[in-house]
Design a protein around this ligand. Structure first.
Ligand SMILES: C[S@@+](CC[C@H](N)C(=O)[O-])C[C@H]1O[C@@H](n2cnc3c(N)ncnc32)[C@H](O)[C@@H]1O
Length: 269
């Protein structure tokens, strides 16, 4: 792909998702976009044609495929486990103080491992008799569909402790090639929705108790990170928490969040 066409892809991706691609990503983008072009029957050098097709894609379906091949959906159950430990502690503390309504948000939920882990922790910490809900959002409708199905193979499910796996996942009814499916209790607690984090404000009223916005801001520039973090601050309750990825930081952003420890932030009361 020539450099001008690469810049055309960068602009489109940035405008539609906030993902900021630098020149160092040129060969990666060429090969990933090339693979997608082959899948839809375009020739090896049809980059400009593909870019035009994307611009004319009124329903945005091909754009989702482009974003899927450019961003990574890598995730796992219990990823960065200290966040789930703190979530458990907070839930128990709030419950002991009489709170019965809990609202959590997994803001880049990918294939569902993060919100399903949150749901398991919420059930384990809060027990029954509470009103607990998780909103799980992602820009990719393809990955959201995967998350909603909740099917995981042996390797993926290995991240779930066996007693919790047996309690919250079922083997029966899993689709071909997948050994485990998230059980009805998990699915009931989570609402999956498409949401583009690069376009705040979001149709979320809050107040939320905890927001997980992990391993997605890494793709954004500081301007967007600041707008996103401000919006998360708005939807959190005073005393609510924001978790970001351990490879990310709010350092240098103009934000009212108080740092509790790396990757963990508090909206002060
Ligand atoms: C690396 S995964 C992170 C998954 C999970 N939060 C974790 O930490 O394991 C990044 C996810 O961000 C999503 N994403 C990228 N840009 C986005 C945007 N503008 N709005 C919402 N989601 C986005 C991708 O589709 C992908 O599923």
């Amino acid at each position: 792909m020539n450099h001008d066409t690469f810049k055309g892809f960068c602009k489109l991706v940035y405008d539609k998702s906030g993902i900021a691609l630098t020149d160092s990503k040129e060969s990666l983008v060429s090969s990933r976009v090339g693979k997608r072009m082959r899948e839809i029957g375009l020739g090896a050098n049809d980059y400009e044609h593909y870019l035009t097709l994307l611009h004319n894609d009124a329903r945005g379906e091909e754009l989702i495929h482009l974003l899927d091949c450019i961003s990574t959906n890598v995730t796992s159950f219990w990823r960065e486990p200290d966040h789930f430990e703190l979530m458990t502690e907070l839930c128990k503390k709030w419950r002991a103080a009489g709170q019965t309504r809990f609202r959590f948000w997994s803001a880049a939920s990918s294939s569902g491992e993060e919100p399903y882990t949150m749901a398991i922790m919420a059930y384990e910490a809060l027990g029954s008799g509470v009103d607990a809900r998780i909103l799980a959002t992602d820009i990719s409708t393809k990955i959201l569909e995967k998350a909603m199905n909740g099917d995981y193979d042996e390797e993926k499910i290995r991240g779930v402790p066996v007693p919790l796996r047996d309690k919250y996942f079922t083997r029966a009814g899993a689709r071909g090639g997948y050994e485990y499916t998230a059980g009805e209790a998990l699915k009931r607690m989570i609402s999956f929705r498409r949401l583009n984090l690069s376009a705040p404000p979001f149709p979320i009223r809050g107040p939320l108790d905890i927001v997980f916005c992990r391993n997605v801001m890494i793709y954004f520039d500081n301007g967007l990170r600041e707008r996103l973090v401000r919006e998360i601050y708005r939807v959190l309750k005073p005393g609510g928490y924001l978790f970001i990825g351990h490879a990310e930081s709010l350092t240098g952003l103009n934000t009212e969040f108080k740092t509790v420890k790396p990757a963990t932030y508090l909206k002060k009361k």
